[in-house]
Ligand binder design. Structure first.
Ligand SMILES: [Zn+2]
Length: 88
């Protein structure tokens, strides 16, 4: 026991060991959750082939008012909200 620089009692080592285990467990859970989220995101991204469409789905059947941003029908010549002339 001449060159021993550790704690005189085993109490500190035991407490530190438990803390380290908890930290490792939390780290493992965090990594596992992160991997799961990343995997889900990549799967969701792969399942969307229509993402490259030049026309956004939300603007289909309507045109945005350049003045107020209100969505109007394609048949409308004027904005239903502010009355501005609609392009097209
Ligand atoms: Zn408008």
């Amino acid at each position: 026991m001449a060159g021993e620089t550790g704690p005189p009692r085993g109490q500190r080592t035991g407490f530190a060991g438990v803390t380290m285990m908890d930290q490792l467990l939390l780290l493992a859970l965090a990594v596992a959750a992160l991997v799961g989220i990343l995997a889900s995101l990549s799967i969701l991204r792969r399942d969307r082939p229509g993402q490259e469409s030049p026309f956004a789905a939300s603007t289909e059947g309507e045109k945005r008012c350049p003045n107020c941003g209100m969505g109007n029908l394609w048949t409308d010549a004027r904005c239903v909200s502010c009355g501005a002339d609609l392009p097209g």
